[in-house]
Write a protein that binds this ligand. Structure first.
Ligand code: FRU
Length: 323
């Protein structure tokens, strides 16, 4: 007989449309599979902060035992999270930050460091001289804000690197970017705030015959076809800044909090520059992790099978003894 979960975790996810978020979710599910007394319910807000606030409120009403939130926007989602926390529910903030310190723990990489890494590596790629452009997506999210701040801060150290400005990704990027590059022919590097965006930029530069001239840096560094590592390996971008999704770590933290074990309040995940020199090592590591995960899954199924056989044999013995 299956044990009934003792704890319910509510997971408020700002969106789920890309592989980075899917990777986060897979990581959570994998880790959760080790804890049969924990169950998780996810609500996805599709990039709508108001909807996310309502979903957080629903979790509070449901009285979940712990709430994990990957908030859409920094300010817009702060008060609903505060309320959840003040109602006594432990809250883990995952990936994006809010503008308050009313949470139990944070799990994620520092986006300011991501931006700094991008700035330092931009200088390396340009050999200390050139003009750079930044492209971001959502002005009110903490990654967008901090990836920008870290980048411009790092560039201040390099007097011969000129910061041209920031443009915003939208459906018209295939028009706005060529127009910008035409008006600013001195651009020699573009820092795109995530790899999916960097791929679009790479294709636009390619179609303008500028890919050789313009270096490209993305962020995320996922494994998989057309994800960051693959793009670096194929030379479609020059580097990506690793930004781990942290699903496993969030669940590990949740388990410690719920079972009253010691836990860390700030869990800063590792970030680094991935370029053609180290992309092979990264890919090999991911491959190894994938193989280990598959073997864990196989063993888990085997254990489940064994326990099924055991319980049916126990029943059979019971029947025999009753005769
Ligand atoms: C995925 C994503 C990632 C990015 C993260 C920041 O939804 O856009 O590409 O690194 O969110 O929160």
């Amino acid at each position: 007989q299956k044990e009934k979960p003792k704890y319910t975790i509510g997971f408020s996810q700002c969106m789920m449309s890309d592989n980075w978020r899917k990777d986060m979710y897979q990581g959570m599910k994998r880790e959760l599979s080790f804890y049969p007394d924990m169950s998780m319910e996810m609500k996805v807000a599709n990039g709508d902060s108001k909807k996310q606030n309502e979903q957080i409120q629903e979790f509070v009403t449901q009285k979940v035992d712990l709430l994990i939130v990957s908030p859409n926007e920094k300010d817009a989602n702060t008060s609903s999270i505060n309320q959840a926390y003040l109602s006594g529910i432990p809250v883990i903030i995952l990936d994006r930050r809010i503008s308050s310190t009313k949470y139990t723990a944070f799990v994620g990489a520092e986006n300011y460091l991501v931006g700094q890494n991008a700035g330092i590596y931009a200088n390396t790629l340009l050999k200390g001289h050139g003009t750079v452009l930044e492209i971001s997506a959502a002005p009110n999210t903490s990654p967008s804000i901090d990836r920008h701040l870290g980048f411009v801060q790092a560039l201040k150290k390099y007097p011969a690197i000129t910061y041209s400005g920031i443009i915003w990704q939208n459906d018209q990027l295939d028009q706005t970017l060529p127009a910008y590059l035409k008006a600013h022919p001195q651009i020699e590097l573009i820092y795109a705030h995530y790899d999916r965006l960097a791929l679009i930029v790479s294709e636009i530069c390619q179609s303008l015959g500028l890919r050789k001239k313009i270096k490209l840096i993305g962020v995320d560094g996922l494994a998989g076809k057309n994800e960051g590592l693959d793009l670096v390996k194929k030379g479609l971008i020059d580097a990506t800044i690793l930004y781990p999704a942290g699903g496993e770590e969030a669940i590990k933290n949740a388990v410690s909090i719920l079972t009253k074990k010691p836990f860390k309040r700030e869990n800063k995940l590792f970030t680094t520059v991935i370029n053609p020199d180290n992309v092979g090592i990264m890919l090999a590591q991911y491959q190894k992790i994938r193989e280990q995960q598959q073997s864990i899954e196989r063993q888990t199924y085997k254990l489940l099978d064994l326990s099924r056989i055991y319980s049916s044999q126990k029943k059979a013995v019971g029947v025999l003894l009753a005769l």
